[in-house]
Design a protein around this ligand. Structure first.
Ligand SMILES: NC(=O)c1ccc[n+]([C@@H]2O[C@H](COP(=O)([O-])OP(=O)(O)OC[C@H]3O[C@@H](n4cnc5c(N)ncnc54)[C@H](OP(=O)(O)O)[C@@H]3O)[C@@H](O)[C@H]2O)c1
Length: 346
């Protein structure tokens, strides 16, 4: 077992969820950068073995600790599946193992952020809010916030391609989000390449995190799909209240199955952050193809920073790590376009 205060900089990289939609790409990218050091993991012993990895269950903290201790030289864990609580993060940080978390659950991210002192004690670093949203959305929000000299309000808009094959875990998360209550209003917003679109409030974690990390009092994230018809259908269904009650698993399951199977649109995604201060307004936009791939690219870059960049110990959200501030531009070679839009005083 790794002792406290000794992160293994040249250790192996365990990727729980490492043969899922995002995890497969994370493992492939990291495998190119760190040959022979990536260990994908999942609950199926067969599938894990096929991918050269190990069986691991993040729902079972004891199992996860045993796997970490048995591997013995894990330098970083890139969590590509959402565990039920912060036990997995605690196991990593207590052992001085760096952590990258692509999870998007506000409550869970808060519980992991509370492990800051544990990470300080062991010398490990954890980066949270990693991916497209949260992730690129946090980084663009920070940029726009700084460009208006400290925003009073930020609106985040995410457009996802309904033709992309999102992983089962991500689809379940989306359907759960549709069932969550909301008080914010939809917004009409121009999304480069997709025209003027109606985006609907959606419980992405970034809007909660950013009020704390940037100190902006009002942050709202909204979602639309590239297909106008699919957007209208999904959010029309939300208005019916059919998905809301926790004791209605059937409509949720039917919708999860349908979303997993039906691929109506393309695979483009857009993230837009609008920051407002008095008469000032700046928008930062990033667009690309295949959000799963870009989630993986962001996660891989963050992992590389933790393993090679001499990171400060502690738990931080991605927008709190100065060395990652230019990550959107670094992804230009992978096809990410980053724009700055401004409409002057208003
Ligand atoms: N931040 C972002 O922008 C962003 C974007 C996309 C997705 N995400 C998040 O990323 C996660 C993965 O999404 P995905 O689309 O890649 O999902 P996915 O395709 O369903 O992959 C999930 C993987 O995790 C494994 N797994 C499931 N339960 C597990 C457990 N208890 N212990 C260990 N492994 C387990 C699965 O294999 P087995 O079933 O064999 O275990 C599968 O390989 C989701 O939590 C999603 O919310 C974040």
């Amino acid at each position: 077992m790794t002792t406290a205060n000794s992160p293994v900089a040249d250790g192996r990289i365990l990727v729980p969820g490492g043969y899922g939609a995002v995890g497969t790409a994370v493992a492939a990218i990291l495998g190119q950068w760190f040959p022979g050091r990536v260990v994908p993991g999942g609950r199926s012993a067969d599938r894990a073995r096929q991918h050269g990895g190990v069986r691991v269950d993040v729902n079972d903290p004891q199992d996860f600790r045993t796997v970490l201790d048995r591997l013995g030289d894990v330098g970083a864990v890139v969590l590509c599946v959402e565990p039920p609580d912060e036990s997995v993060a605690r196991a990593c940080l207590e052992r001085g193992v760096h952590l990258v978390d692509i999870g998007a659950d506000e409550r869970l991210l808060g519980a992991v952020a509370a492990l800051h002192d544990t990470a300080l004690d062991s010398g490990a670093s954890a980066v949270l809010s990693v991916g497209v949203a949260p992730g690129l959305s946090n980084l663009l929000a920070r940029r726009a916030h700084e460009e208006v000299g400290g925003a009073q309000r930020i609106d985040l808009t995410v457009l996802l391609g309904s033709g992309e094959r999102h992983g089962a875990d991500a689809v379940r998360w989306t359907v759960a989000g549709l069932a969550a209550p909301t008080t914010a209003r939809p917004l009409r917003v121009e999304l480069p390449g997709h025209g003027l679109r109606t985006a609907h409030p959606f419980p992405f974690s970034d809007q909660h995190t950013l009020t704390g990390t940037l100190g902006v009092p009002r942050v709202t994230t909204r979602l639309c799909l590239d297909s106008r018809a699919a957007t209208a259908l999904l959010f029309g269904l939300r208005r019916t209240g059919l998905l809301r009650a926790a004791d209605r698993p059937l409509p949720r399951r039917l919708l999860t199955d349908a979303l997993g199977r039906v691929h109506l649109g393309g695979d483009a995604f857009v993230v837009r952050a609008d920051a407002y201060r008095d008469g000032l307004h700046v928008a930062r936009v990033a667009r690309g193809l295949r959000q799963s791939r870009f989630t993986a690219l962001v996660a891989a870059h963050v992992a590389r920073h933790l393993l090679t960049g001499g990171p400060a110990p502690g738990v931080r959200h991605v927008e709190e790590v100065p060395a990652l501030a230019d990550l959107p531009e670094r992804l230009a070679g992978d096809g990410l376009t980053v724009l700055r839009l401004t409409d002057g005083p208003r």
